[in-house]
Design a protein around this ligand. Structure first.
Ligand SMILES: [Fe+2]
Length: 174
């Protein structure tokens, strides 16, 4: 199989029933804390609020979840500290159609709560299809290539770690 420059499944990150229980608890507890995002451009200016993607960073919760072993597990796989992973950990919600866009972050380690009916799709600068992925396993997503899910009609809830290293650099570790 040729390696995609758009995503890479993280098969050595084993999510056990305790992790799943933890993720479900987070989603249950913080679903109302998710807010539309406003990120920055490379020059530091603010982007318009992006209502198609909502997030909530766990570091902003009144509870401290940083002791959970899931953060350490992820840290080992991507070569970062557990503290770093916790700072970048958040819940994400795509409530409907997600237009094509490029993120401020380089890439995102993503664990979905279920398999979605529509894939995330990547297109090149001419709008031509490059690749797609149905969330099934923990996956590293390249967020610097245009991506979206135009036909989404469900609430896509995910657990994500936003990473500042390039997709190429992180995927080499996996
Ligand atoms: Fe994105």
């Amino acid at each position: 199989m040729n390696q995609s420059e758009c995503f890479k499944e993280i098969l050595n990150l084993k999510i056990d029933s305790d992790d799943i229980e933890f993720l479900n608890l987070l989603a249950e507890k913080h679903i109302d804390d998710l807010k539309p995002v406003q990120k920055k451009n490379p020059d530091g200016t603010l982007r318009p609020i992006f209502h198609h993607y909502m997030d909530f960073y766990l570091r902003n919760a009144s509870d401290d979840y940083s002791d959970h072993k899931l953060f350490g597990k992820i840290a080992t796989v991507v070569g970062k500290s557990s503290d770093y992973i916790y700072r970048k950990a958040h819940l994400a919600l795509v409530p409907g159609s997600l237009p094509y866009h490029i993120d401020e972050r380089e890439c995102a380690l993503t664990i979905s709560f279920k398999k979605f009916s529509q894939p995330i799709t990547w297109v090149d600068s001419d709008g031509l299809w490059m690749d797609e992925y149905y969330y099934e396993n923990p996956v590293l997503v390249n967020t610097k290539i245009k991506h979206g899910c135009l036909n989404n009609t469900e609430h896509r809830i995910m657990f994500q770690i936003s990473l500042e290293d390039t997709f190429a650099k992180v995927s080499n570790l996996l």
